[in-house]
Each structure stands twice: as structure tokens, then as C-alpha cells.
Write a new protein. Structure first.
Length: 111
């Protein structure tokens, strides 16, 4: 849906770094070819919007790394933060950004 431009994907350098580490983990390296991982990261680099983290978020999430995710949403004025993180989902909203699961986001796009 992102590649079909049904929504704008906004990330931060921190999110990209975490994604690279995750894709390099044993779990993904045994399930997704290096070519597919490379193509995905190239698309991300070329097509996603990178949000500069000009406004800092601290002490909102249960983990400091998640505050950086909230900062990306805040700095980009995102309508939605899509995540599987239960602690972030429990917040529901943050500074006007709705925090939803991927399944809920896809359902919204389909309606």
C-alpha cells in the first residue's frame, strides 16, 4: 500500500537504524533473502520521508527508544503511528497522533 502511494511513510534516522538491525537479525536473515531486505531498504531510502527530530520527547514511553518513535510522529505531525508495540498502543494517542496496529491501519485504508 505504501509503494502504491496509499499513504506517506514517515520515518526517522533512529527508526531506520533499528530496522536495519532487526532485518540483520537471525530471525529475518533466515526468512528473508538478503536481496529482498536490500530492495526494501533501498525503497525506504528513496521513497520514505525522513523526519528530523527537532522536538525532543522524554519520559512518555516505557522505553527511551520508544520516545524517539514518538518524537518522529510529533516532528512530522503524523496522523497515525503504526506499531506492534503494546506499550505504545496502550497510549492510544500522542499529541494528536493516533497510535494504531498495522491491522487497524490497513482496515482504515481499505474503507
Amino acid at each position: 500500500m505504501w509503494l502504491a502511494q496509499r499513504f506517506e511513510l514517515i520515518v526517522s534516522d533512529h527508526i531506520i537504524g533499528e530496522l536495519v538491525k532487526t532485518l540483520d537479525s537471525t530471525y529475518f536473515s533466515t526468512r528473508v533473502s538478503i536481496r529482498n531486505r536490500s530492495v526494501f531498504l533501498a525503497n525506504l531510502d528513496a521513497l520514505a520521508t525522513i523526519a528530523p527530530l527537532l522536538r525532543v520527547v522524554e519520559g512518555i514511553a516505557t522505553q527511551p527508544a520508544d520516545d524517539l518513535v514518538l518524537a518522529a510522529a510529533l516532528n512530522s505531525n503524523a496522523d497515525y503511528l503504526v506499531t506492534g508495540d503494546r506499550a505504545l498502543l496502550a497510549l492510544g494517542t500522542f499529541e494528536g497522533t493516533r497510535i494504531v496496529s498495522a491491522a487497524d491501519f490497513i482496515a482504515m485504508l481499505d474503507t
